[in-house]
Design a protein around this ligand. Structure first.
Ligand code: AMP
Length: 439
């Protein structure tokens, strides 16, 4: 299927072609025609599937084909026509970028509002008139309480990453936002979520009108394209091992996950002392610092971005090649979200987890969830805690083909024989190639 066959207008197609997209992703093929037809849609899609274009392209087209409502003599800001609600500031900023990119040949005004930055520039934007508003719930409600936004004539509502929204405790804010909109039947509603819990279904009943369900077979992020590895290591030596991996394998860009904000700060500082350009990104950082760190990372000035789970949600970094779990997450599902930051939109990537003795149980839970045993690696010079040694580390005596690609400082043994429990395609047969992709 091609983008042309989906019924998109020439202006939208032109922008898509310029982005270098050859063909629609499965979620795009399924969702775009439905959204264009005006139906409400409830779609299961994770980040990395191309879902943003899946709702943005038809949304832009629909708005561009209908009249902009007049104010009708009302005072206050001109009405917003489409609202895209997202759980995090970073995701809001990224969607805003996508809307601007995909809509560059249309006469659409879009703007983004989120907390942590001054509200005044947002107010002036809204006063000038915004067709498409991308927002996090808290700041949007601030605007509503100050009457600086008018949502009473909304035509299209998108709730993105609904499950994250609920996880992060925004359900009441979302309900308050819904109360500011026209009745569900008077607007088009699109809900995107990676999972459909009971709570999401309840929210869907409240928010959607006879929705069409779109379920694209979950791109099992963990199965195919991500080269996942586990390295057992003493807790106190993780930082040293990480520095070594980054230098030896010459990683240009690595996203590292820690469990705590404090841990993220400390690690970023230590890596910087080792001469690796690193910054931390988490909820205690000012929005300016977060935006700067993300921009520096995307542009290649920063080699390492250390993030907590919440801060990393929704991050879309083109061609991110490496993810490291400096600490395993407490919730196994977060492992899947974390490593899903790499290998996006059809690319491949690598995810290494540094596991200490305290985390063996967490690793077991993750392996149970993804139904496979992850290949263990071992970098010479890093003694494994004896109590972990009992773990099923099966080494091959043959050095991996990738081992010589570093600077020859390390050798690597790799368990290539571990059979996945529920055998999805085995990625551990790749034998440790350090795949490098273009910047
Ligand atoms: P998303 O799941 O919306 O966060 O998108 C993930 C990444 O896929 C983004 O970097 C998009 O630019 C990219 N992308 C979206 N649609 C396509 C497509 N049809 N072909 C190639 N890349 C795409």
């Amino acid at each position: 299927m091609s983008f042309e066959e989906l019924g998109l207008s020439s202006e939208v197609l032109r922008a898509v072609t310029e982005e270098g997209y050859d063909s629609p992703t499965p979620i795009q093929s399924a969702a775009i025609p439905l959204v264009l037809s005006g139906r409400d849609v409830m779609a299961s899609a994770q980040t990395g599937t191309g879902k943003t274009a899946g709702f943005t392209l038809p949304l832009l087209q629909r708005l561009s084909q209908s009249e902009r409502p007049t104010r009708g003599g009302k005072r206050g800001p001109p009405p917003v026509r489409a609202l895209i609600l997202t759980p995090t500031r970073e995701l809001a900023a990224q969607i805003a970028e996508s809307v601007a990119t995909y809509g560059k040949y249309l006469n659409m005004r879009s703007s983004v509002v989120f907390g942590g930055v001054s509200i005044n520039p947002q107010i002036s934007q809204l006063r000038k008139g915004v067709d498409i508003l991308i927002a996090t719930p808290g700041r949007l409600l601030d605007h509503a309480s100050q009457n600086t936004v008018d949502l009473s004539r909304l035509e299209i509502l998108v709730l993105d990453e609904a499950d994250r929204m609920l996880d992060m405790g925004f359900i009441h804010d979302v309900k308050r936002v819904l109360a500011l909109l026209p009745e569900a039947g008077q607007r088009q509603n699109l809900l995107f979520s990676a999972t459909f819990s009971k709570e999401i279904k309840q929210l869907a009943t409240r928010m959607l009108n006879d929705p069409q369900l779109v379920e694209v077979a979950a791109q099992n992020a963990t199965a195919d394209r991500i080269d996942q590895q586990v390295h057992f290591v003493d807790k106190g030596r993780k930082k040293e091992l990480l520095s070594r991996m980054i230098s030896d394998e010459d990683w240009r860009q690595v996203l590292v996950f820690t469990r705590t904000k404090h841990g993220a700060n400390r690690l970023a500082e230590q890596l910087s002392k080792d001469g690796l350009a690193a910054a931390a990104i988490h909820g205690n950082k000012s929005q300016g610092a977060r935006t700067r760190a993300l921009a520096g990372f995307k542009e290649g000035q920063l080699r390492v971005l250390v993030a907590t789970d919440i801060a990393a949600r929704g991050l879309d970094i083109d061609q991110l090649p490496n993810v490291v779990n400096f600490e395993l997450p407490n919730v196994p599902e977060d492992y899947v979200h974390r490593i899903g930051r790499t290998a996006r939109a059809g690319l491949s990537g690598k995810a290494v987890s540094l596991v200490c003795v305290d985390e063996v149980k967490l690793l077991r839970d993750i392996e149970k969830l993804i139904k496979r045993e992850l290949p263990r690696i071992h970098i010479e010079g890093f003694e494994v805690d004896p109590s972990i040694k009992a773990e099923p580390i099966r080494k091959t005596s043959k050095p991996s083909p990738g081992a010589g690609q570093g600077r020859g400082k390390r050798s690597r043994d790799r368990a290539t024989g571990n059979k996945p429990a529920a055998a999805p395609k085995s990625s551990n047969s790749r034998g440790g190639h350090q795949r490098r992709r273009g910047a």
